[in-house]
Design a protein around this ligand. Structure first.
Ligand code: SF4
Length: 436
C-alpha cells in the first residue's frame, strides 16, 4: 500500500497519454495515495512522456533537469513513464541518475509493487507485453466530469517511415468489446455524456472475442441512453472504409467530426512515408464523408519538410488544404526520430525552408479557419460546457465539430449540454452567449 503518500503527475503529449495518466492516477488512489497539484508537494513525482517529436523530448529533458532540485531537497521518488521511457530506457537513467524508475506503457499495473521496492534502486521496466492489459479509470481520476476518454486499442502495425510509435507502443492490441461496454455503461451511470474512443489506429479495431469492428462497437454504445456524443481518434486514411463513413452518418450519436491525418498532399511523399494511400485516395474518402455528412468538421495532421519534399510537393499540400477546408490542422516540421526508416535518409530540406513552409501552411489554414468560424455567426449550436474559461468571466466548451466555444451566461452553469448562440468567431475559437 502507498497509504498517505502524496503523488504528482505531469503529462506530456496526446489524449492517449492523458488517458494513461488517468489510469495511473486510479491505480495510485486505489493504493491509498493522494494526488497533489504541484511537484513541490509530491513525495512521488511521475512524468508521463511523449516521444513523437524531437521538440517534446527536448521539453521533457529540460523538465527532468529542473526536478533534480526536488530530489536533493525533498528526496522525492521520481518516475518516468510513457513513450520516452520505453524508447530511451537505461539512457535516461544514466543521463538523469536521480530518476528512480523508468516504466514503459505496458507496465503501469506494476507501479505499486515497483514503488514499494524503489528507494535507491534505479530500475527500467520496459519489456514488451503481447496481451491487452486492463486498467480501469476511477471517475474521480478523470480530467472532466462529463467527457471521458476510453482506450480501445493500443500500438500500431503500420510503420510509417517517420513515426516512432510502433517502437514505443509495440504492435496492435485490442481491448475486448465487453470490457469497453462495461466502462461506457459505468460512465453513463456517473453522468458522463460524451465518450472519445482512443487508439493509435482505431479503424483497425477488432474485438478479440467476436471480431466486431469499430462501427459495431459504436452501434452498441449508441444504445446506452445517457451517452449523447461519440467520437473516435486516431483514424488512418488507409483503413477508413465507406462502411465506416456510412456508420457515422447513420448513427446520430456519432459526432459529424473526424480527425483524418493526411500528413502530405503529395502522393510521392505519401509513398515515401509508407502511408499506403495516395492524394487521390484521401480526397475520395473526403468526398464520401462530405456527401454523406455535409456538415462534417474535418481536422488533420501535416508534416512539412519530409526528406525529399520539393516545392511542388509542398504546393500540392497547400492545394489539398484549400480544397478540403479543414476546421483545424496540427502541423509540424519534420524531425528524424530514432529507429525509424526515414531517420536513415538524408534530412535534405534545409531548416529555414521547413520553417518557411510551416509558416505559409499555417497562414493559409488560419485564413480558412477564420472564414469557417465567421460563417457560424448567428447559428444556435449544441455545446458541451466544460467549465469556466481561463479568464474566468466566460464559460468554455466544445461544439459537435470539436471547436472551442467561449460563451457568456447570466446564470451559474454545471458541466453539461447547453445551447449557445454564436456571436463571433476568431481563427481558433467561437464566441457566443447562452440561449437556453
Ligand atoms: S499509423 Fe503511422 S503515424 Fe500513426 S501511429 Fe502508426 S506508424 Fe505512427
Amino acid at each position: 500500500m502507498l497509504e498517505g503518500k502524496k503523488f504528482f503527475i505531469h503529462t506530456f503529449g496526446c489524449q492517449m497519454n492523458l488517458n494513461n495518466s488517468e489510469q495511473v492516477t486510479s491505480i495510485l488512489l486505489a493504493e491509498g495515495a493522494s494526488q497533489v497539484d504541484s511537484p513541490e508537494e509530491g513525495e512521488i513525482i511521475l512524468i508521463n512522456t511523449c516521444a513523437v517529436r524531437e521538440k517534446s523530448v527536448e521539453k521533457l529533458f529540460s523538465y527532468l533537469g529542473r526536478l533534480k532540485e526536488h530530489k536533493t531537497r525533498r528526496r522525492s521518488v521520481i518516475v518516468c513513464l510513457g513513450c520516452v521511457a520505453q524508447l530511451y530506457r537505461e539512457k535516461l537513467l544514466s543521463r538523469f541518475p536521480y530518476l528512480d524508475l523508468v516504466v514503459g506503457p505496458g507496465h503501469y499495473q506494476e507501479l505499486p509493487l515497483l514503488l514499494h521496492n524503489t528507494p535507491g534502486l534505479p530500475a527500467a521496466v520496459t519489456h514488451w507485453t503481447k496481451d491487452w492489459v486492463e486498467l480501469p479509470v476511477k471517475p474521480v481520476a478523470r480530467e472532466s466530469q462529463v467527457s471521458a476518454y476510453v482506450t480501445v486499442m493500443e500500438g500500431c502495425d503500420n510503420f510509417c517511415t517517420f513515426c516512432v510509435v510502433p517502437f514505443t507502443r509495440g504492435r496492435e492490441k485490442y481491448r475486448p468489446l465487453r470490457s469497453i461496454m462495461e466502462e461506457v455503461r459505468q460512465l453513463a451511470e456517473s453522468d458522463f455524456v460524451e465518450i472519445q474512443l482512443l487508439g493509435q489506429n482505431v479503424n483497425s479495431y477488432r474485438d478479440p472475442e467476436s471480431g466486431a469492428g469499430l462501427a459495431e462497437l459504436m452501434e452498441k454504445m449508441a444504445e446506452v441512453s445517457r451517452i449523447e456524443w461519440i467520437r473516435f481518434l486516431t483514424s488512418h486514411p488507409k483503413n477508413f472504409s465507406y462502411e465506416l463513413a456510412l456508420a457515422m452518418a447513420s448513427n446520430r450519436k456519432v459526432c459529424h467530426q473526424l480527425h483524418l491525418p493526411v500528413q502530405s498532399g503529395s502522393s510521392q511523399v505519401l509513398t515515401r512515408m509508407n502511408r499506403n494511400y495516395s492524394r487521390e485516395d484521401y480526397l475520395e474518402k473526403i468526398g464520401w464523408l462530405k456527401s454523406l455528412m455535409p456538415d462534417i468538421s474535418l481536422s488533420t495532421d501535416i508534416i512539412v519538410g519530409f526528406p525529399g519534399e520539393t516545392e511542388d510537393d509542398f504546393s500540392q499540400t497547400l492545394e489539398l488544404v484549400e480544397q478540403v477546408r479543414f476546421t483545424n490542422i496540427f502541423s509540424f516540421r519534420y524531425s528524424p526520430r530514432p529507429l525509424t526508416r526515414a531517420a536513415r535518409w538524408n534530412d535534405d530540406v534545409p531548416e529555414e525552408v521547413k520553417i518557411e513552409r510551416l509558416i505559409e501552411l499555417q497562414k493559409r489554414q488560419k485564413e480558412i479557419q477564420l472564414k469557417l468560424n465567421q460563417e457560424a455567426v448567428g447559428q444556435k449550436q449544441k455545446v458541451l460546457a466544460l467549465g469556466r474559461s481561463k479568464k474566468g468571466n466566460l464559460y468554455t466548451g466544445r461544439n459537435e465539430a470539436y471547436q472551442v466555444v467561449n460563451f457568456s451566461s447570466s446564470r451559474e452553469l454545471s458541466p453539461g449540454f447547453v445551447e449557445v448562440k454564436i456571436t463571433g468567431g476568431g481563427a481558433y475559437s467561437l464566441k457566443g452567449e447562452l440561449s437556453s
